[in-house]
Design a protein. Structure first.
Length: 69
């Protein structure tokens, strides 16, 4: 039996679910991921993008602060 503390469900609009189906075949070429794995991969990649963007913004702000001095 699946541990109820490790997983949660989400509801998606039909269009979003269809898009997810399509993306599940495009993320890993030659392999169809499950919808859950597709969401997992996309969230990890998006989170990584955001953290890289924040680091870049932090570096720009730091550089601006130094140049003001």
């Amino acid at each position: 039996m699946t541990c109820k503390f490790n997983y949660r469900g989400i509801s998606l609009k039909n269009k979003t679910y269809s898009d997810l189906e399509q993306l599940s075949t495009q993320i890993e070429p030659g392999e169809k991921l499950s919808q859950a794995k597709t969401v997992d991969v996309m969230v990890k990649k998006f989170k990584s993008l955001l953290s890289n963007e924040e680091e870049t913004n932090d570096k720009k702000n730091y550089t601006k602060e130094i140049s003001k001095r």
